[in-house]
Write a protein that binds this ligand. Sequence first.
Ligand SMILES: Nc1ncnc2c1ncn2[C@@H]1O[C@H](COP(=O)(O)OP(=O)(O)OP(=O)(O)O)[C@@H](O)[C@H]1O
Ligand SMILES: [Mg+2]
Length: 276
Amino acid sequence: MSNCKTIAVCNQKGGVGKTTTTVNLGVGLAMQGKKVLLIDADPQGDLTTCLGWRDSDSLSVTLTEKLQAIISEQEQNPFDGILQHKEKVDLVPSNLSLSSLEMTLVTAMSRESVLKNYLSLVKDKYDYVLIDCMPSLGMITFNALTAADSVIIPVQAQYLPAKGMTQLLGTIAKVRKHTNADLKIDGILLTLVDGRTNLAKSTVEALRENFGSHIRIYRSMIPAAVKAAEVSSKGTSIYAYEPNSPVSKAYAGFTKEVLADGRQKERLHAAHEHAR
Ligand SMILES: Nc1ncnc2c1ncn2[C@@H]1O[C@H](COP(=O)(O)OP(=O)(O)OP(=O)(O)O)[C@@H](O)[C@H]1O
Ligand SMILES: [Mg+2]
């Protein structure tokens, strides 16, 4: 059994901090000694750009080629084209070509499992694979949810967060029914929290009211800060750009919560093995 945990960072709502969370959770885990692979599953290529590959259209190997090789059953070196970031995370980059692949996928065999099949070739080398999803619930996102062990949902502190959540939970239920029965929701991460308002508190209350207590909300919440917006053009994580900022501390705290989840899983696994 692979010890790698694959997490999809997913919300079909745009601009809620998915990409920023993928970068800073990924680098946070790497700083704790974990081997981390990041997957840019968005044709916008924001994750690729954020990590410093500005000209993503000039990359000859991207997620598109990796998935294309799986679809057409071509031989590939699955590691070929994986980029190495100086903050010790690996990246499968993306660019606009991914959107034409999304259309090819519609008619492909096992079309929901193409990303899962690709990841099965590389994941043994990693402790964590994080998938930065695009803001839609199309075939690429369905592939991400099929490949994942769990989902982290960044939610922007605002009124009425429940609206989009219902649709997302519906998609997760569909994935569980058809392609990935074991898919878990690790939790909701509140992002873009403005400390001057009570919005975070009312967002948490609204989420609890609508989804009961069965979805966990991370204790760490990510403040809204100019530095966090700036860092996306610097090619680094927030830890490298502004190590002592509140956003940096919040992402470090969030990383610890995610790691604690993993350890709990290891303990359960060990107890299970012991009982056999
Ligand atoms: N904590 C923060 N404080 C201020 N700005 C932030 C913060 N986190 C992210 N941003 C900015 O908000 C915008 C949206 O963030 P991000 O790209 O991470 O969201 P996303 O959910 O990935 O968006 P998309 O749906 O387009 O993929 C970006 O410009 C980013 O720099
Ligand atoms: Mg994004």
